[in-house]
Design a protein around this ligand. Sequence first.
Ligand SMILES: C[S@@+](CC[C@H](N)C(=O)[O-])C[C@H]1O[C@@H](n2cnc3c(N)ncnc32)[C@H](O)[C@@H]1O
Length: 289
Amino acid sequence: MTEEALRLVHGDARSIPELPDGSVHLVVTSPPYPMIPQWDALFRELEATSYEAMHGVLEAGYREAHRVLVPGGLLALNIGDAVRRGPDGFRLWPNHATATVAAERVGFRPLPYLLWKKPTNKPNAFLGSGFLPPSAYVTLDCEFVLLLRKGGPRPFPPKDPARLASRFTKAERDRWFSQIWSDIRGAPQEGDGGRTGAFPPEIPERLIRMFSCLGETVLDPFAGSGTTLWAALRLGRRAVGVERDPEVFERLRRRAERGSPPPERAPPEEPRRASTRTRGAPAPRRPRA
Ligand SMILES: C[S@@+](CC[C@H](N)C(=O)[O-])C[C@H]1O[C@@H](n2cnc3c(N)ncnc32)[C@H](O)[C@@H]1O
């Protein structure tokens, strides 16, 4: 790793040769969800058309995340279940359960997860038919944040200054470490138009403060619009983003060159110098300070 605060890689989450083993302290990410129509084309491109094959693609990403994490580092994985007709009719596709098993297979230790209860303003969002039992379906209005650790807890020297400086308050702890998050205020970032499936900045902000220390490196291997990356920079961490889609990557790169993090809230620290790099591309101009 270089000393740059932001590093962007136009590449594939399944293989990130730019990152040495054990060079990342925390992975915060939201991959494309299997069985959601928005991501059908992407999975087709990756030759994954069955539920199992889609999860196979993601599993390769978890394996790479496991490799680049430090021992005791966490993978915080935002994923939602899906409902869709299969060959046998309408059913649930339990992405969170399949992802947990896959992550465990590549070496992660599952920890208690978070449920993000998304606000809905759709009064008629109920699935299935009306008011007659027993054939109506429960609405999916939570997503999961799976918490998966590489082995046991991270070792720290006593009174480690960066760790002490990263302390959260009792009120923050009580709110953040309770299992159901129903108080996430932020909307997905403007300009996303739903194309990247961006999550509200408050999700990565909390996770970064919960599971990393100041100055450490946070990776998002499915970077999308870069919500995790800007959050990490605002919070005084280094950020690495990997994005496969050339257009999405280009937007990410331009935003980084503009001087990046949109000020959704006051940064606790000035973001440090940002740089971007596309595989095989010349080094970009320095961003504005
Ligand atoms: C759900 S979106 C991430 C949204 C992101 N959390 C945000 O707030 O903008 C998933 C992203 O992963 C990218 N992607 C899909 N497969 C990938 C792969 N194999 N490697 C890297 N990026 C990939 C997609 O192009 C998409 O931008």
